[in-house]
Design a protein around this ligand. Sequence first.
Ligand code: SAH
Length: 389
Amino acid sequence: MKKIALKKGKENFLERKHPWIFSGAIQTATDAIEDGELVELTDFKGNFCAVGFFQPGSIAVRILTFQNRPIDQTFWDERIKKAIALRRELGLMSKENNICRLVHGEGDELTGLIVDFYNGVAIIQAHAVGMYDYREAISSALQKVMGTHLKAIYSKSAETLPERVDAKDEYLFGECETPHIAKEYGHAFSIDWTSGQKTGFFIDQRENRALLGSFSKGKKVLNTFCYSGGFSIYALANEAKEVHSIDSSAKAIELVDKNVELLDFEGTHHSIVADAVKYMNNLEDKFDVIVLDPPAFAKHKNKRHQAIKAYTRLNANAIRQVNPGGTIFTFSCSQVVDPYQFEKAVINAAIKEGRTVQILYHLHQPADHPVSAFHPEGEYLKGLILKVT
Ligand code: SAH
């Protein structure tokens, strides 16, 4: 294994147990090291510090372990077993709930790896070349730990890795026809990982969707940036009078229609393909409940300021137009906008509109998307429930 030495004094980084080593902290020339190659990280004297993947770019090493141990099948078996044990403990792998995230990257000590589970099918998504190269070992560990609960494993990393890697999206084990029906808290969803966004479904909103259900009875609900209609299904299942689902992607709206078809409900549902940002400028209808769940407005720190302004505008539009006594579920999944900055953006929107706004809940990502205490960057989803009078 090639060695990469840290600059003198930079070994302090490791005391914080952060899984990323930035290129500026490295002393060794890395020209001869391949993207994804396993490396031993040492201090400037050559003493062992950690093992991880090399990566060209700002994050130079992604650490897998601070122990001097081989990265063999036992390593993958242990990490995957621990991650799955947590989801079982959380009660997320049952007949009524068979959608959950099995591995959430750094939050499960598996930097750059996402594994999502949809009723017997695991989707592996690598965000680091080194992780992609271990997909067979990861697949084997998943099969060992899950046994007959696993029917198929699909690898989907073409969109998350650099093009030169030429990653193929393919089944690593078994096969499963799509769309495939899986359940979240008893609600059926039709999921297609091959053609859908990300791994096919936004699992991270599960707990927030359940909360929305409790605010929906008899209400007229607007679900913007709805993707496959997760929030809409919970609203309709909880006796919302009328639900409007909006997404700019026609494909997403097709998914909403499929999911609505799977549900037995009394209210009415409308699907709309539109730019939700523009749509919110001037609503033709009046709503009691509005969901704002846009894609990340900022993917990089240098876009943070613009993103905060965009959140303020979007939230101001919702606050101004929601019915008196209405409820707004508002979210941000921009990792670079922290929960405090997001709340400030929403407070500024409330001030601008001059209505009375109460913050009822602070929302976040669920427990199957854990945040490592050593990697606070893993916290990305935040939200608020507002009551507007
Ligand atoms: N709330 C969803 C997840 C939202 S993901 C759920 O619970 O599953 C963000 C969605 O916003 C994606 O479906 C994307 O197609 C959509 N989107 C992106 N830009 C948009 C825009 N300007 N107007 C409407 N939808 C948009």
